[in-house]
Design a protein around this ligand. Structure first.
Ligand SMILES: Nc1ncnc2c1ncn2[C@@H]1O[C@H](COP(=O)(O)OP(=O)(O)OP(=O)(O)O)[C@@H](O)[C@H]1O
Ligand SMILES: [Mg+2]
Length: 209
């Protein structure tokens, strides 16, 4: 049996990650590929507790936050992602390593080597096969999140911070072009969906069919 593929959605607040993750899963299921959608932080009971903890009492030290996310990720890989991939199920994660690289790395200034080392102990060798980075200007993403009424602590950050994060995602897309596809999140939902599907077909479906 062929191992499942691992797809991640990344990008700023309100860029459309959750919307597209759901649509893509439905599309894959529609062509007979068993698919699960999961998210970070979260994805397991331990991970959801870590998510709630961080949103409630934000750690003062960014290292605390990084290590909590890393702990949740180790659990996520072992309890959910790896077993699914092993049984041939495709996994879509709403945020993953690139969010850590951008938030804890670029925004909070933690060393990339430290972050990469944690990835080696939590994720390797099961890095995502494909990462779809949804790009949207910061003010638009925040406006969307606000309309939806889910202003989390990340939403409350200033527009400049969001622009910094956006630049971080753009840099990742550029530096990891074999794994990442940059998609304009500004387009209507259906157009973004088409772009996502084209990327999945080009990168992953060619090799399974
Ligand atoms: N392409 C789009 N055009 C217009 N509105 C969109 C588009 N994609 C998503 N939306 C709307 O924008 C809001 C945010 O979308 P969604 O929850 O998918 O983003 P997200 O990236 O998961 O956000 P968050 O980072 O807050 O989880 C939702 O109300 C959604 O319906
Ligand atoms: Mg979301």
């Amino acid at each position: 049996m062929q191992r499942g593929k691992f797809i991640t959605f990344e990008g700023g607040e309100g860029a459309g990650k959750s919307t597209q993750a759901k649509h893509l899963a439905e599309r894959l299921e529609g062509i007979g590929i068993p698919t699960i959608v999961t998210r970070e932080p979260g994805g397991t009971p331990v991970g959801e507790d870590v998510r709630a903890l961080i949103l409630k009492d934000r750690p003062q030290d960014p290292v605390t936050e990084l290590l909590l996310f890393a702990a949740a990720r180790a659990e996520h890989m072992t309890a959910v992602i790896r077993p699914a991939l092993d049984e041939g199920t495709w996994v879509i994660s709403d945020r993953f390593i690139d969010s850590t690289r951008v938030y804890q790395g670029k925004l909070y200034g933690l060393e990339p080597e430290f972050i990469t080392m944690l990835e080696r102990y939590t994720v390797a060798p099961d890095y995502p096969n494909l990462t779809l980075i949804l790009d949207l200007p910061a003010d638009e993403g925040m406006a969307r999140a606000e309309t939806r009424g889910t202003l989390s602590r990340y939403d409350a950050q200033r527009i400049e911070t969001h622009e910094l994060l956006r630049q971080g995602f753009l840099e990742i897309a550029e530096r990891n072009s074999e794994r990442c596809v940059l998609i304009d999140g500004h387009l209507p939902v259906a157009s973004v969906e088409t772009a996502v599907w084209q990327a999945v077909k080009a990168h992953l479906l060619a090799e399974v069919s």
